[in-house]
Design a protein around this ligand. Structure first.
Ligand SMILES: Cc1ncc(COP(=O)(O)O)c(C=O)c1O
Length: 418
């Protein structure tokens, strides 16, 4: 009879060392050993049954911290939703994901229709697009890197900066991808909740940074889901702290404020992220971009996937930038519609909307109405809005700003529920 004993589990890895009692047989294996199995493992086993006991299943290969990760909760895909509701996609009033309902300018459709070289890999440096972005932003292209959505850049930054066990500061309620990507990258999330009015708690942020030495803080301006912005004094205070500040400006166009992209020249610890998803109606094509200090961007170039921006994505983004008049017109339409929507929502007895600098409006659901039920009732009528399952936002819904007819359809359905 040979006894096997679990000698060590290598932290943060699926590698385990297993030793037999005869001292001869030592395995380094990739068997996943859970806490439960670890207990069981100290029991006696025969040679053949050890292999059986440690049954090799697919998840044995997965990194331990990922086995504990809860899956990201995406919203229902448009096509699935339209089938479920038995409606054409264009008949669904989709106000749940802050997309731009006007879509991109006609130049994008034309450029996509005329794609000459879809069978050739894209330029790994997205030079044409970065050149166009330099013109658009006033910041030289050497400071700019493009990604498969701002989402990819959030993950890329974490992969370049965080070691397993490092921490980030997250200021909820905010965009949930920071927390999600931190978990994927084996980082700890230190939460410094926003105050009741959704402004940042700068004092607590300062204390946490001094005490726990986190590596990155994610700041979102305008913030998703409430639409508030971060003023320059607050940003400068946080930039003075020993931490890398990632300022997410996904919705900056709707705020009437200037982007801080150029600030990366003065602040070695600032990264500014932006996207084509909202401003140019290209959410489905996945193009985001960021401004980085030169001392940081160098490493992102080394770590990024070479073909992260597809030919279709680059061509579309370039075509969108060729029609700044269209982008401006659509932005103005959405900002005007936001103000109209705000006034209408304010008249609903059970909604308390928050003023927003973005293309969505957060509403507290009051008067004993249930926010989740409100979202579900509207969904049955073909109007999609966002509800949150986390406890801070349980009593809230977020409504994206749509076209005027979408606002009318929403208000009509709300009236029917009153
Ligand atoms: C604050 C914020 N940042 C980034 C993103 C993602 O942008 P992208 O579509 O470019 O990945 C979103 C999307 O909703 C967002 O709300």
């Amino acid at each position: 009879m040979i006894f096997y004993r679990l000698v060590e589990m290598i932290k943060g890895s699926s590698l385990s060392t297993i030793k037999s009692n005869d001292g001869f047989c030592v395995h380094k294996t990739h068997f996943a050993i859970s806490k439960y199995q670890k207990k069981r493992f100290n029991c006696v086993a025969s040679v053949s049954s050890v292999e059986q006991q440690l049954k090799l299943t697919g998840d044995s290969f997965i990194r331990p911290h990922l086995r504990e990760l809860s899956p990201y909760q995406p919203i229902l895909p448009f096509e699935v939703l339209s089938t479920r509701l038995g409606r054409k996609p264009e008949d669904i009033v989709k106000l749940d994901a802050n997309e731009n309902p006007y879509g991109p300018p006609p130049e994008v459709f034309e450029a996509l229709g005329n794609l000459k070289f879809p069978y050739i890999y894209p330029d790994p440096e997205s030079r044409t697009l970065r050149g166009a972005l330099a013109k658009d932003s006033g910041l030289e292209s050497e400071y700019i890197l493009v990604g498969c959505g701002a989402d990819e850049l959030i993950d890329l930054i974490m992969r370049c900066v965080l070691d397993p066990g490092d921490s980030i500061v997250d200021c909820p309620p905010t965009f949930t991808m920071y927390e999600f990507d931190a978990a994927v990258n084996c980082a700890r999330v230190i939460k410094v909740p926003r105050k009741m009015d959704f402004s940042l708690d700068v004092q607590k942020i300062t204390e946490v940074i001094e005490r726990e030495k986190p590596k990155i803080i994610f700041l979102t301006s305008p913030n998703n889901p409430d639409g508030s912005v971060i003023n320059d004094d607050v940003l400068l205070k946080i930039l003075d702290l020993p931490i890398l500040v990632v300022l997410d400006e996904a919705y900056i166009e709707f705020s009437g404020l200037e982007s801080k992209m150029e600030w990366v020249k003065k602040h070695e610890n600032l990264i500014v992220l932006r996207t084509f998803s909202k401003r140019a109606g290209l959410a489905g094509l996945r193009v985001g971009y960021g401004a980085f200090p030169l001392s940081i961007i160098e490493y992102l170039w080394r770590a990024k996937q070479p073909y992260n921006v597809s030919v279709a994505a680059e061509v579309s983004a370039c075509a969108a930038l060729q029609n700044p008049g269209y982008l401006e017109k659509v932005k103005v339409a959405l900002v005007q519609e936001r103000e109209r929507l705000f006034k209408l929502l304010k008249q609903v007895p059970f909604l308390n909307p928050y003023p927003s600098y973005s293309n969505f409006i957060l509403c507290e659901v009051t008067d004993g109405k249930d926010a989740k039920k409100l979202k579900e009732d509207l969904a049955k009528m073909g109007v999609m809005i966002r509800h949150y399952s986390n406890k801070e936002l349980k009593g809230y819904v977020r409504v994206s700003v749509g076209k005027p007819e979408q606002t009318d359809a929403l208000m009509d359905c709300i009236a029917r529920l009153s």
